[in-house]
Write a protein that binds this ligand. Structure first.
Ligand code: PAF
Length: 278
């Protein structure tokens, strides 16, 4: 496995992989867990060359404390990536990624005015800037993203369409702990008590999935919000039942066949997101 910390090193490493290889790319912010590794394994099965980026992108954080406390452990990440057969790791620093203050601005319309976009101003522009730059450098055939960040996936697909990029986006299912908590790098920041409580989040989402015959969307949303508010030490940021394509809240089940219930909730000091198809 080749570790590259500069764009030049990355370009040189890519040149050693033969002419026009089929490249699978997994962008990450490190602190890798089984969710990331499942993406890399899938990329390994489906491509000739696998590239992973490990970069905590400061411009997608709208909260300075979240950025400062974001877990980082490059040595461990490298060991894990080597074990799952990654060929090239790109781990730049901020000066390499942003030699000058980035000025690109993207417009994703109503995709970015709801949920994460509403609560984290500037977040998706920051994601789009870094992902576009990474795509330009790696030139992947296929890039792999987890469905846990459901809205991010929609934004990336929109970016690819807007910029006419020749990369296929593959959505991979959320990987969960044994007790069904969605895997996230932020889970390591949960206190022991909060970690015990955290699986209740997905339990409520699952209950919602099972109650679509009983409730129409608005009462189901109200029911879920009440359940989330009952979890100790939590602060619900949003719960929405949305059209999986447009991400707009739905009024009737018949509005669209593909629906997702999405939640963002603070548990102690940690903000968690999760979703379920319903
Ligand atoms: O999902 C993430 O980890 C990040 O948002 C990404 C796609 C690596 C961009 O920094």
């Amino acid at each position: 496995m080749i570790l590259c910390q500069t764009k030049t090193e990355l370009q040189n490493a890519l040149k050693t992989q033969g002419a026009n290889p089929i490249i699978g790319f997994v962008p990450t912010m490190g602190a890798l867990h089984e969710g990331h590794l499942s993406l890399v394994r899938q990329a390994r099965r489906e491509n000739e060359v696998v590239v992973t980026s490990v970069y905590v992108n400061p411009i997608q954080f709208n909260n300075a404390e979240d950025l400062e406390k974001y877990p980082r452990n490059l040595e461990r990440d490298l060991d894990l990536l080597k074990d799952v057969g990654c060929d090239i790791v790109f781990a730049p620093d901020n000066a390499e990624m942003y030699p000058e203050k980035p000025t690109e601005t993207y417009n994703f319309g109503t995709l970015e005015t709801v949920m994460e976009g509403a609560f984290r101003p500037g977040h998706f522009n920051g994601v789009a800037v870094v992902v576009k730059r990474l795509f330009d450098l790696v030139k992947p055939t296929t890039a792999y993203f987890g469905e846990k960040d459901f809205q991010q996936l929609a934004i990336i697909r929109a970016l690819v369409e807007q910029e006419n990029l020749a990369v296929e986006i593959v959505a991979c299912p959320t990987v969960r702990e044994k007790d069904d908590l969605a895997m996230s790098s932020r889970n390591t920041r949960l206190s022991e008590d909060d970690r015990r409580i955290a699986p209740q989040i997905y339990k409520i989402l699952r209950d919602c999935r099972d109650l679509t015959d009983v409730f129409t969307p608005a009462p189901l949303k109200a029911f879920a919000e009440e359940q989330f508010r009952k979890i100790p030490r939590t602060k619900l940021e949003y719960f929405e039942i949305v059209n999986a394509k447009t991400l707009q809240p739905i009024v009737n089940w018949s509005d669209c066949p593909r629906r997702v219930a999405c939640v963002a909730i603070w548990l102690g000091e940690v903000r968690l997101i999760d979703n379920v198809k319903i």
